[in-house]
Design a protein around this ligand. Structure first.
Ligand code: NAD
Length: 361
């Protein structure tokens, strides 16, 4: 059998900002993938990124469509701000490329559905860049659910909270380019992992609240924190969002997310916990709660591999490359991206409507 490197998947990136560094570093570690193109409107930034990864100037383009036409990649990784996930994914799919798109899948479920339809029409694969589902701790949780140890899952408690962590790069404070704040940016990580760990049930309704009390204030940028001097003038997203999602099997997820939560932790905490009829489980510091031989028992895995940051990107891009090249199943299908998007949409819509319950179809 020929080695994968003899016939590598030719990958191009659209967006050469912060997260592209992780994608390029990961792709260099994957046997059977090679980077053939880069597109970004910020030419100096793109050239610096390209140089650091041995990508030549003639593989760099300031226009994504021109890059697609010239390079004709087999696959594209979309790493732009959220508002450009949809348009760039559609362009790449229409150009005949398979796509992995960074989280969240899109700005809203309408865009997400159009992306899925376009992938089907062009017979191309569409994968979402969700990454916590590849974490060994998620595998631990899934193993307990699949073995029946948790019984019937009734409740998922999810959080993604920063005491103070408003990104001071990119456009993360701009609702028009991101779709929202911490809920769509970091809440999405913990939400996708919890939803996946629960077996990806169908969401049917949600309620939510959002609040902005700090990110749009100049005086708040002066308070000592890890990412000072964010652009408070263009800050139009929420600081805090809470959601409550119901699923067709009766289970519920409660999610809390914030860039500026006045609570005890100073580092970002992203976590979830599941509670079922027979047992429960915690994710970040994995722990199992059950009953055994007449006693309530707490148990911890004695060993579990710890992912470093780039390991997430190696894991998700390896899965994507095998999906494209060998038709192996993906762990992050576009349908999961759509369901997560529907939950996010419904939380935001509910918040805009005074907390009314929003049905998800
Ligand atoms: N998976 C993760 O852990 C993770 C972490 C951070 C960000 N992200 C996601 O990655 C995406 C990008 O985030 P980032 O931190 O890299 O932001 P960033 O601002 O650093 O990078 C975005 C890049 O897109 C470029 N861009 C803007 N418009 C473009 C266009 N029309 N064509 C081509 N390029 C264009 C910008 O010039 C910039 O270089 C976001 O969707 C974000 O949610 C994922």
């Amino acid at each position: 059998m020929p080695s994968p490197s003899a016939n590598p998947v030719r990958v191009a990136l659209i967006g050469a900002g912060d997260i592209s560094e992780q994608h390029l570093t990961a792709l260099a570690k994957i046997d059977g993938a090679t980077v053939v193109g880069l597109a970004d409107i910020n030419e100096p930034g793109m050239h610096a990124r390209a140089e650091a990864h041995g990508i030549s100037r003639d593989q760099c383009f300031t226009d994504a469509q021109k890059m697609l036409d010239a390079v004709k990649p087999d696959a594209v990784s979309v790493c732009t701000p959220n508002a450009l996930h949809g348009p760039n994914t559609l362009a790449a799919l229409e150009a005949g490329a398979h796509v992995i798109v960074e989280k969240p899948m899109a700005m809203n479920a309408v865009e997400a559905k159009a992306m899925i339809d376009t992938a089907k029409k062009n017979d191309r694969k569409l994968v979402i860049g969700f990454q916590f589902r590849y974490d060994p701790r998620t595998a631990f949780v899934v193993a307990q659910r699949e073995a029946g140890v948790l019984g019937d899952l009734r409740f998922g408690r999810v959080w993604a909270l920063r005491r103070r962590g408003i990104p001071n790069w990119g456009v993360f404070g701009r609702k028009d380019l991101q779709g929202g704040g911490p809920m769509i940016d970091i809440g999405v990580h913990s939400l996708e992992a919890c939803h996946y760990a629960m077996g990806a049930p169908k969401p049917v309704a949600a309620v939510g609240m959002t609040d902005t009390y700090l990110g749009n204030r100049e005086d708040a940028t002066k308070i000592e924190n890890m990412w000072p001097n964010w652009d408070w003038k263009t800050y139009t997203v929420e600081d805090l969002a809470i959601g409550h999602i119901r699923f067709d099997n009766g289970a519920v997820i409660h999610i809390e997310s914030s860039f500026a939560a006045h609570h005890e932790h100073t580092t970002t905490t992203m976590d979830f916990q599941l509670m079922g009829t027979k047992g429960g489980v915690k994710w970040a510091d994995p722990q199992l709660f059950t009953d055994l031989n007449g006693y309530m028992l707490d148990a911890r895995p004695a060993y579990i591999r710890k992912f470093q940051w780039n390991d997430y990107f190696v894991a998700k891009l390896t899965n994507f490359i095998h999906h494209v090249r060998d038709d192996q199943p993906t762990n992050a299908p576009a349908q999961h991206g759509l369901m997560v998007q529907q939950m996010l949409d419904a939380i935001y819509q509910s918040a805009d409507n005074g907390g009314a319950e929003i049905a998800i179809d």
